[in-house]
Design a binder for this molecule. Structure first.
Ligand SMILES: C[S@@+](CC[C@H](N)C(=O)[O-])C[C@H]1O[C@@H](n2cnc3c(N)ncnc32)[C@H](O)[C@@H]1O
Length: 272
């Protein structure tokens, strides 16, 4: 049942989505009419609501992926398909100690917090004070600020304060500056992951990871998500899709020098 102060996702007959917080006496308005918040309070998730113009809307609690694409942004927010991939490939597990940078709008931060659970610790660095404050608000709006999140208004290139973390997840322009800092902060066997929009950045990062001789294997890939149209006889991919968001570079920290091993992409030959 919806209560006052709950976040609501409302979907109109064209599939347009809106998110707002329920307030006694509040109103939601679109060109399809107005709905009183009081009429939604007490309703069950998944039920219908009608505007005064007679248009029907479906009401749900917003999912994470609904929320992050609608939340106020400072920095470019990450796409849900990339978040999903990061959580699995970086093997973010309940109880993990994770360093993240930059926090940006806090979209990836929320996903990391949900994956590490209450027993994990997340240390998230953001260089810009305005983004740091916005991220804090966005996280609080979705899940209330947990005490296992340490948000820092700090340049990660100047140093990582934490020792022996399990994972380092970066979404910032020059992640190669962080590699020398991982000597003490990332544990051996730990995972380093960076999200990068351009090939030049990927090249610099892979060169730096290889030069450090502390990371193996190094994998680079991107994910594509293509929706399908399934209506009657028309079963085909949608005409439009998001073509490119970012590349993911991922590597494991080794205790020794991995130069005797084959180069990064050889794993394709020995199975996935
Ligand atoms: C693409 S955004 C990150 C978006 C974020 N992943 C999200 O889901 O909302 C990149 C962020 O990195 C921050 N940044 C850039 N360099 C940084 C540094 N050296 N230390 C910390 N944050 C940095 C930027 O200010 C920006 O907010």
């Amino acid at each position: 049942m919806f209560s006052e102060c709950d976040l609501v996702l409302i979907i109109d007959e064209k599939g347009r989505k809106y998110i707002f917080r329920l307030k006694k006496g509040g109103k939601f308005s679109s060109h399809l009419g107005t709905i009183e918040h009081n009429d939604l309070i007490g309703k069950e998730e998944g039920s219908m609501a009608k505007s005064q113009l007679g248009s029907e809307f479906l009401i749900f609690k917003p999912l994470y992926k609904d929320y992050i694409v609608k939340m106020p942004r400072g920095a470019q927010v990450i796409y849900p398909k990339d978040v999903a991939t990061i959580l699995l490939w970086a093997d973010i597990f309940p109880g993990a100690r994770v360093v993240e940078a930059g926090t940006g709008s806090g979209a990836l931060t929320i996903a990391l917090l949900r994956a590490i659970g209450t027993t994990g610790m997340l240390f998230s660095y953001e260089i810009r004070e305005d983004f740091y404050k916005k991220a804090m608000k966005n996280i609080e709006e979705f899940m209330s600020l947990p005490n296992n999140l340490i948000l820092k208004n700090k340049d990660i290139y100047e140093g990582i304060d934490e020792d022996i973390v399990d994972r380092v997840v970066l979404d910032l322009p020059e992640p190669w500056h962080v590699i020398p800092l991982l000597e003490n902060s990332l544990k051996n066997g730990g995972i380093f992951l960076a999200l990068l929009p351009t090939t030049i950045q990927v090249m610099n990062l892979v060169d730096s990871l290889e030069a450090s001789r502390r990371f193996y294997p190094i994998e680079v890939f991107e994910t594509m998500l293509r929706y399908w149209n399934v209506r009657g006889q028309s079963v085909r991919p949608e005409h439009f899709m998001v073509g490119h968001t970012a590349f993911i570079v991922i590597a494991r920290k080794v205790a020794g020098n991995p130069s005797l091993f084959p180069r990064s992409m050889e794993h394709w030959k020995i199975g996935f």
